[in-house]
Write a protein that binds this ligand. Structure first.
Ligand code: HEM
Ligand SMILES: [Ca+2]
Length: 698
């Protein structure tokens, strides 16, 4: 089922609202919003930094604004994503977008709109904030012949160069479900009263169960995406805070409440139309290796060695190539001896399994750059780096579309959604500049978080000959704790990768590992009290914060019959799980998308259930058709030659691991467990096709 949502329907009524009125409203809101003197000044400084037609008196430089931001009383560090720092740019967008939301509220009041009437939100969407209050930079100059994608994703789409760029709003597959249609989180039950507390849902529906998948290797789990959060104290009245109260009899996590900060606000469109609150994607949306190379030119430069096209690396144990060590330690329990790792993505130390995925791609980049250097001895560092990056992005896309997605959404869905790469000697001609490649809220805030249920609570480690090197690691011990990467006797990162290959993932279900539900980012205080995060409750709360539609709404959007009762869910959810949902929720329409989707039975031949498969498949189709640099595109001056494309199509996750680890035998499909029968039995690495880089000789 194709998902489509166009927020701009009826905007003829807007003609009554002219630019001057809008500007005046923005000015008034600016003055009234931040009553205490300091913050008024603070936000004014932000807004002064916006592109203005008339210079404001007392205007200050960008550097001063950045200094102000650094010194600001806002705490940028977040509890749930300690390494994600918001940039001045995203603060700016938050500030002006919040202003836009207040103006939207004022306008709907003054025009006596009924904010529950969908048309009135449409009317707002027809009104644009004037450029001085619109933070998105629109005058991006692109070079259409540039062969390499930008680091921040801009200029991928030459007609709308900001599509898919860092610091741009998410899109939606369905209209948002905010309680006031604009920005108030979805917390109202359809029966009146409040939706059930996310922690209670988490405990009733999502508590740990240790079932494992029988076919899927643990290596499916560590793929990650984007986002941001600011810190928020419990029970705060600040409208940005949405703490989750904990029941006093909670025996798994004794805490009065879980802190939770709403994601920053963003205008939902680049021309800053008023209307619903949107969220901001800090990373590019494309499958473009941002996690390897960083989301900006400056970050990419920090990660490069500037010799032979190589990325910086370290060799802490046994001469093995590791990610470079980070200067600042955001890792828990880190002291001077135990260094965190650095990569293109702040969350690289989140857990060691994720760190190990980053390590695979770092090694592959450097291996390819070295080989290219031998093929083209005249290429300088810059050229080698850029070409190796382009190849690595191609390999990443090939692995994701050819091997990984068909396992996640099932081969049939993948084929139906045009996700499967073509056979060799053919270019793909499905690129369409009208497709918006941005990530959708339903995808990022619910469906793609399915990975959380695949995480197991322990990780075994093996050497190249499948002998266990050391005792298993607990998930708890590897979250922001890189110490075991440096344990040479246990085989370091390499042994963790071998473990992921040989061990099943946790089952696809509504249950999350106990560490994720009750002990994530746990801090024990001197007085014996505990602060921790429940990731299940967080995901539910995040969905409400973002106005993500309920499970039933998205089910229907995906072409599955809308359920009128809990019993009606039987077409996608087994009875025992329906019973759990019915215990937690009063009405079938109340079920949040995240636990609803995770309760579904997996699609045939896939991991996720039908609703998440639909959201994920739509998203990856948009990411393919909307990506001018999608590796199979061509022929064009920016594309691979057919010979080169054929080489990229030889790549596989298994070969990536063979290329970069001491390993003799591996299952050809690394995302599936090795089998005894011929399907996926381990074979010698030498039997896997080898990419021939001489096809890049110039
Ligand atoms: C030990 C493993 C993992 C941990 C500890 C972890 C933790 C987290 C946390 C704390 C958040 C932010 C929640 C919020 O405040 O809204 C998050 C978001 C997310 N996670 Fe994970 N995660 C893990 C693995 C995964 C995996 C394997 C996947 C996917 C395959 C995944 C996909 C996502 C996505 C898509 C988001 C939303 C990002 C955004 O839009 O901001 N995570 N995760
Ligand atoms: Ca599970």
């Amino acid at each position: 089922m194709d998902l489509d949502y166009n927020p701009l329907g009826h905007n003829h009524l807007v003609n009554t609202i002219n630019n001057q009125t809008i500007n005046q409203l923005f000015e008034e809101e600016l003055d009234s919003l931040f009553l205490d003197g300091n913050s008024t000044r603070f936000w004014r400084l932000f807004l002064d930094h916006l592109p203005r037609e008339q210079a404001r008196s007392g205007r200050i430089s960008r550097e001063s604004v950045e200094k102000m931001i650094k010194a600001s009383p806002l705490k940028l560090e977040s509890l749930t994503q300690p390494t994600l720092q918001s940039s001045p740019e995203s603060h700016l967008i938050d500030a002006s977008s919040s202003l836009g939301l207040s103006v939207s509220n004022k306008l709907s009041e003054s025009l006596e709109m009924d904010s529950f009437d969908f048309n009135s939100v449409d009317v707002l969407a027809g009104v644009k904030a004037s450029t001085e209050f619109c933070p998105f930079k629109k005058n991006i100059n692109c070079n259409p012949n540039e062969r390499f994608p930008t680091f921040d994703g801009s200029c991928n789409n030459l007609m709308q160069p900001w599509l898919g760029k860092t610091n741009t709003p998410y899109k939606r597959y369905h209209e948002p479900a905010y309680d006031d249609r604009l920005s108030v989180p979805r917390i109202r039950s359809v029966l009146g009263g409040e939706l059930p507390n996310p922690r209670i849902i988490s405990r009733l529906v999502m508590s740990e169960n240790s079932d494992i998948e029988t076919a899927i290797s643990h290596i499916t789990a560590p793929f990650d995406d984007s986002g941001r959060i600011v810190d928020c104290p419990c029970n705060s009245n600040n409208p940005s805070c949405m703490s989750v109260n904990f029941p006093s009899n909670d025996n798994l996590l004794r805490m009065s409440c879980m802190k939770f900060t709403r994601s920053s606000a963003a205008f939902s469109s680049f021309d800053c139309r008023l209307g619903h609150r949107e969220q901001l994607n800090l990373m590019t949306s494309f499958v473009d290796g941002t996690h390897i190379y960083g989301p900006s030119v400056s970050r990419s430069r920090e990660l490069r060695s500037f010799q032979g096209g190589q990325m910086r690396s370290s060799q802490p144990i046994n001469g093995k190539q590791y990610l470079p060590q980070a200067q600042d330690g955001a890792c828990r329990g880190t002291n001077n001896q135990i260094k965190c790792f650095a990569s293109g993505e702040g969350r690289v130390n989140e857990n060691l399994a994720l760190t190990s995925m980053h390590t695979i791609f770092l090694r592959e980049h450097n291996r390819i750059a070295s080989q290219l250097g031998r093929v083209n001895p005249r290429w300088d560092d810059e050229r080698l780096f850029a070409e190796a990056r382009k190849i690595v992005i191609g390999i990443l896309q090939h692995v994701v579309y050819h091997e990984w997605l068909p396992i996640i959404v099932g081969w049939n869905t993948a084929a139906m959604f045009d996700l499967i790469p073509l056979n060799e000697n053919r270019y793909y001609n499905g690129y369409n500049s009208n497709i918006n490649p941005s990530l959708s809220g339903e995808f990022a805030s619910a469906a793609f978080r399915f990975g959380h249920t695949l995480m197991r609570s322990s990780f075994r480690r093996f050497d190249a000959n499948d002998r266990e090197t050391s005792a298993p690691l607990s998930l708890f011990d590897i979250i922001f704790r890189p110490a075991e990467a440096y344990n040479a006797n246990a085989g370091g990162i390499d042994a963790i990768v071998m473990g992921l290959l040989n061990e099943p993932s946790s089952k696809y279900d509504a249950n999350l590992a106990g560490t994720l539900q009750n002990r994530l980012f746990e801090i024990r205080l001197g007085d014996g009290s505990v602060i921790a995060v429940d990731l299940a409750a967080t995901n539910i709360n995040r969905g409400r914060d973002h106005g993500i539609p309920s499970y039933n709404v998205m089910r229907e959007k995906c072409g599955i019959k809308r359920a009128n009762s809990f019993q009606d869910l039987q077409d996608t959810i087994s009875i025992d799980k329906i019973n759990l949902l019915a215990k937690a929720y009063k009405h079938v329409d109340d079920i949040d998308l995240y636990p609803g989707g995770l309760s579904e039975t997996s699609v045939n031949g896939g991991v996720v259930g039908p609703t998440f498969a639909c959201i994920i498949a739509n998203q990856f189709r948009d990411l393919k058709r909307g990506d001018r640099f999608y590796f199979e595109n061509g022929p064009s001056p920016t594309a691979f030659t057919l010979d080169q494309l054929n080489e990229i199509k030889k790549s596989s996750m298994a070969k990536l691991i063979c290329n970069n680890f001491e390993i003799n035998k591996i299952q050809p499909n690394a995302f599936m467990l090795p089998s005894q029968n011929l399907n996926n039995a381990k074979i010698s690495c030498n039997w896997l096709p080898v990419m021939d880089l001489t096809k890049w000789r110039e």
